[in-house]
Design a protein around this ligand. Structure first.
Ligand code: MG
Length: 370
């Protein structure tokens, strides 16, 4: 097969095109490429990459080779799109999205992690057709402020603070999911860590006092958890900062530390994570015991692994990791960066819209037929 491809490439005058591997990767995984690619052209690109690799005198960097090998285990959700949607026939897709590094780029100043208008339009498009939830480590209010979309479920503090949208997407039977309302007609919040709030406030005040001695250290109040960002802290100060945080938390046995991208997080020690939030939201949507629900979760960080594991436990669904480097993950599929997430979400909405033109397909999507 490789020999044939070499011949084809020679016929195309491409035999001397030897792109560095990272350029080939960005070419084949670029946001500009996917909108119309089908599986054939995707295979061709993969094959082309393989041939170029074989012919190239520049062997791929070890990290690049590792990435390509990892991609085989966690294939691109863009290239696998047709196959994924084929398997989704007769199932109900529910979309779960992380925020930082998934819908927005990772930036130095956490307050500037803004979502682009294009991404907002893409999420809006998806939420129009599928129940959609955003599960973030940030405070629910902050995520909502960034996303600014109605009809989306917001789960902040790693799922410890959940609120349903005013007008949730209807289920296949035309009914809205059962969401409890308070006396004012607002949705009831779900806050499993509420009793920890006084201690969290106390920890925050102590950390604020101590960490101000470390230039660049940045505290973020996520309501039910606290983030200590050290992206802008000098390397020699990072361990001092870690020790500071540890010494504060040592006095609070009900709390523990977790890590993320250049961030230390202080969380109450309860059995509640993004995976529990995913299960809770599915239950809220009326899918608790449903065997035909297909949760699709896109996230880039260690805390998203809990949600990937929850999908694994359910035995069906699409866990998708956002990463440009190989990572130990429970995700089945991958996307390289937020621009690929944007393409994927746009494609998902387009697929659903196109399917709805055919009542048969529409029935399939919502589990009304096969
Ligand atoms: Mg993230």
């Amino acid at each position: 097969m490789k020999a044939n491809l070499v011949k084809i490439l020679q016929a195309m005058g491409l035999q001397r095109v030897l792109l560095p591997e990272h350029k080939m990767r960005s070419l084949s995984r670029s946001k500009n490429v996917d909108n119309s690619i089908d599986s054939d052209s995707a295979s061709m690109k993969t094959a082309l990459s393989v041939v170029l690799d074989v012919d190239s005198s520049n062997e791929p960097e070890p990290s690049e080779a590792a990435y390509l090998s990892w991609l085989k285990e966690h294939p691109s959700a863009l290239r696998s799109f047709e196959r994924m949607m084929k398997a989704a026939r007769g199932k109900r897709i529910v979309v779960f999205l992380d925020y930082d590094g998934t819908l927005s780029p990772i930036v130095n100043d956490p307050d500037r992690a803004l979502m682009s208008d294009e991404m907002r339009a893409a999420v809006r498009g998806v939420a129009k057709y599928f129940p959609t939830a955003i599960i973030s480590g940030r405070s629910r209010e902050k995520v909502k402020e960034f996303v600014q979309l109605p009809n989306v479920y917001y789960a902040g503090s790693h799922g410890m603070d959940i609120m349903a949208p005013p007008n949730p997407v209807k289920n296949s039977d035309g009914k809205s999911p059962p969401v409890s309302l308070d006396k004012k007609g607002n949705e009831v919040l779900f806050q499993p860590a509420k009793k920890f709030l006084p201690a969290i406030r106390q920890i925050y005040a102590e950390l604020e006092e101590k960490t101000r001695r470390i230039p660049g250290a940045r505290l973020e109040d996520n309501r039910f958890c606290i983030s200590v960002h050290f992206r802008q802290v000098k390397e020699e100060d990072v361990n001092i900062l870690r020790e500071m945080v540890r010494s504060v938390i040592a006095k609070y046995p009900d709390f523990h530390l977790t890590g993320g991208k250049k961030v230390i997080e202080i969380r109450p020690s309860i059995e509640w994570n993004k995976g529990n939030a995913l299960e809770y939201l599915l239950e809220t949507l009326g899918f608790k015991d449903s065997s035909d629900v297909l949760p699709l979760y896109i996230g880039d960080d260690r805390t998203d692994e809990d949600a990937f594991k929850a999908i694994e436990r359910r035995g069906q669904g699409y866990p998708i990791i956002v990463s440009t480097v190989p990572k130990d993950t429970k995700a089945l599929y991958s996307l390289s960066d937020p621009s690929e997430v944007l393409t994927f979400l746009s494609r998902l909405a387009r697929w659903r819209r196109a399917s709805s033109c055919s009542s048969r397909s529409s029935a399939q999507i919502w589990g009304l037929g096969d």
